[in-house]
Design a protein. Structure first.
Length: 412
């Protein structure tokens, strides 16, 4: 784990803070440059669609240039695009602001896929769950610290200052990536397709295989991916549901914010137990536990329609989600081939991204067609269905189980 601290974990934390600082102000910034509320929300929503469209090309680009180099390129691009956002806010240009947000999506895709491919290549199988959990933890820390930093800035400075801070965090990430301690593992993640022959007499490296040629168990990918869709849906629906349910109960905005903050804190505390479960009890056990508990939290919200009930439901959902920190990336790494890994992870990301896009859409559609209660129950039911699905197909998935023990037994 120590060997990925400087090459991945610290830069990932800085990049997550860079993203986390701007997330709470994207709508506000859009309104300041002249967008209407529906237009500002539409611009932010379209970022998700752009992300869905860019995951596969991002994976192909990473496979061509290398994981470590792609992280540096993504960080540099983030600085440049954030600079465009600052310019748009200063000159009050809505088209320029919208363009800068659309460019953020492929940059984030490139960074996320590159760091996942890097860790999957460098770490041994018995440590993979812990490594991916650490990556997932950087995202949660960024989502927690970023808004706090932006809130402090907004007390004294205009909105564009938040984007300046975001650019500075990305610059720091570039600086860390260029440190000798971070560059020491660059050669370890170079695939044969990226490595030049050692001498004129050495055979030329084989080209990276296309998506169709990748040695991947696609049936297992689709079966596992369907459960990941339900996980992504539940994760994206949770903050929306908590806010809407809290308002329906007549809770003050501050109490709703505290409920969400409590959930974030619980998830961070459960990262270590979640890593242990992934590496010691297996991926399917972790995924089914995560989805089952997560779904039960949604159902509890409706079963106890009071303020204490919302707090209890949030604790249960955070318990499930926290135990599942990094499970999506871990399973993706388990199913990925050694060659063309980044290309495959670009395809794998479609499941999670699709689920994240579907969460708010499902809630909106069910509220319009039925009621908020039906929407909440449906999210919980889908999560539990995802758990049952993964457990039912565990034999076909053939994901690692009791990784540490099996590796220990295989050693002489």
């Amino acid at each position: 784990m120590k060997k990925i601290l400087w090459p991945v974990i610290i830069p990932a934390l800085l990049f997550a803070i860079a993203i986390g600082t701007t997330t709470p102000v994207l709508i506000i910034a859009g309104l300041q440059v002249g967008a209407t509320q529906p237009m500002a929300a539409g611009i932010v929503a379209f970022m998700g669609i752009t992300s869905l469209a860019c995951t596969i090309p991002a994976g192909q680009f990473i496979d061509r240039v290398g994981d470590a180099r792609a992280m540096t390129v993504a960080s540099l691009a983030a600085v440049l695009v954030t600079g465009v956002t600052v310019l748009a806010l200063v000159i009050h240009s809505l088209p320029l602001y919208a363009l800068s947000l659309m460019l953020r999506a492929p940059i984030q895709d490139m960074w996320n896929l590159a760091r996942q491919a890097f860790v999957a290549t460098v770490l041994p199988r018995e440590s993979l769950g812990r490594g991916m959990t650490a990556l997932g933890g950087t995202m949660r820390v960024g989502n927690l610290l970023g808004p706090l930093l932006s809130a402090g800035l907004l007390l004294f400075f205009p909105v564009w200052s938040v984007f300046v801070l975001s650019a500075l965090c990305a610059l720091l990430a570039i600086g860390v990536l260029r440190l000798p301690a971070a560059r020491a593992l660059d050669d370890a993640v170079a695939t044969p397709s990226r490595t030049a022959p050692a001498s004129p007499e050495a055979p030329a490296a084989e080209p990276s295989p296309s998506l169709r040629e990748l040695p991947v168990r696609w049936k297992a990918v689709v079966l596992a991916g369907l459960s990941i869709v339900t996980l992504g849906l539940a994760r994206s629906a949770m903050p929306v549901v908590v806010q809407l349910w809290g308002l329906s109960l007549g809770l003050h905005n501050s109490e709703i914010s505290l409920v969400i903050a409590l959930g974030s804190a619980v998830e961070l505390c459960l990262m270590v137990p979640g890593a242990y479960i992934k590496d010691s009890m297996g991926r399917v056990t972790t995924l089914t536990t995560c989805l089952g508990i997560f779904g039960a939290g949604f159902l509890l919200m409706v079963a106890i329609p009071t303020s204490p009930g919302l707090w209890i439901a949030m604790l249960v959902m955070a318990l499930g989600n926290g135990l599942g920190t990094g499970i999506n990336m871990t399973i993706g790494a388990d199913l990925s081939p050694a060659q063309g890994r980044a290309k495959f992870l670009g395809v794998w990301a479609l499941f999670n991204t699709g689920g994240q896009l579907g969460g708010p859409s499902v809630i909106s559609a069910l509220i319009a067609a039925a009621s908020l209660s039906v929407g909440v129950i449906s999210c919980g039911a889908l999560a539990i269905l995802g758990a049952v699905w993964a457990f039912a197909w565990r034999g076909t998935l053939q994901l690692p189980t009791r990784v540490r023990e099996s590796v220990r037994e295989s050693r002489p």
